[in-house]
Ligand binder design. Structure first.
Ligand code: KIV
Length: 262
């Protein structure tokens, strides 16, 4: 999958896999993998920089990581870059400036959290030739308003409101939607109601695809567990054991060997 057109064409034709990436080396692994598409998430702030929230990510930070990832992917995958904290809320001109940075860095689309109050921004970007993926449900940039990292859409009213917002994203021209931490049945209804791909994270099995954070997916995030994450590799164990072996080999003088020396 190399473009937003490939992405949209997959609706109803096989589930889409998406991984985050922040660095060139991660992108090189992804380029050689069957994972369909890649997101440079503002989760870079928490996963890479150790921040408590995603607020510290800026357009410049996302653009820098997008450029590194784009070089690693070398055109092999559809690449989405996140609009960071409040970047869609400062008016159309500011949003265009953010999109310019991200698209020039190599993104093929941008992802924007929420829809209410910035439908016009999404519409303007789409009309300007910038594909937009929306993001609803547990939107980490609104963690304070949501009262924490909690499952959203649990009541009938909240579920109906999520469906309304999902329809609004499609009406504004979004090419896809990420829904985070919502009940499976709500995700099923939203997925069925939209003609654009709906990608879930903590949203159950009925969406058009799944996204996970690279480090969570590979068990590379020590101490982090969430119900919706399945570690598909034991990265923590591999890294810990590799580091111990290196230190031991240095301490006992077996590294470097003659073969590893000039
Ligand atoms: O920033 C991010 O990594 C995300 C995904 C978790 C969807 O938005």
């Amino acid at each position: 999958m190399k473009s937003v057109l490939d992405f949209k064409a997959r609706k109803g034709k096989g589930r889409i896999s998406m991984s985050t990436a922040y660095a060139h080396w991660e992108a090189r692994f992804l380029a050689a993998s069957p994972v369909d598409c890649v997101l440079v998430g503002d989760s870079v702030a928490t996963v890479v920089d150790g921040e408590a929230t995603t607020f510290a990510a800026t357009p410049e930070i996302i653009a820098r990581h997008t450029a590194a990832v784009a070089r690693g992917l070398a055109g092999t995958k559809f690449l989405i870059a996140d609009f960071p904290y409040l970047a869609a809320r400062k008016g159309t001109t500011s949003a265009v400036e953010c999109a310019t940075l991200l698209m020039r860095a190599g993104a093929h689309a941008v992802k924007i959290e929420g829809i209410d109050g910035h439908e016009d921004v999404v519409r303007h970007l789409v009309q300007s030739g910038v594909p937009v993926i929306s993001h609803l449900g547990l939107t980490p940039q609104s963690v304070n308003a949501l009262g924490g990292y909690k499952v959203q859409g649990k009541t009938e009213t909240a579920a109906a409101d999520l469906l309304r917002q999902a329809r609004a994203t499609e009406a504004a021209g979004a090419s896809g939607l990420v829904i985070e931490c919502i009940p499976s049945e709500v995700a099923r209804e939203i997925t069925g109601a939209l003609s654009i791909p709906v990608i879930g994270i903590g949203a159950g099995p009925h969406t058009d695809g799944q996204v996970l954070v690279f480090h969570d997916m590979l068990g590379l995030n020590p101490g982090f567990t969430a119900k919706f994450v399945r570690p598909f590799a034991d990265g923590n164990k591999t890294v810990t054991s590799g580091l111990s072996s290196f230190a031991e080999a240095v301490a006992n003088g077996t590294f470097p060997s003659k073969k590893e020396s000039y």
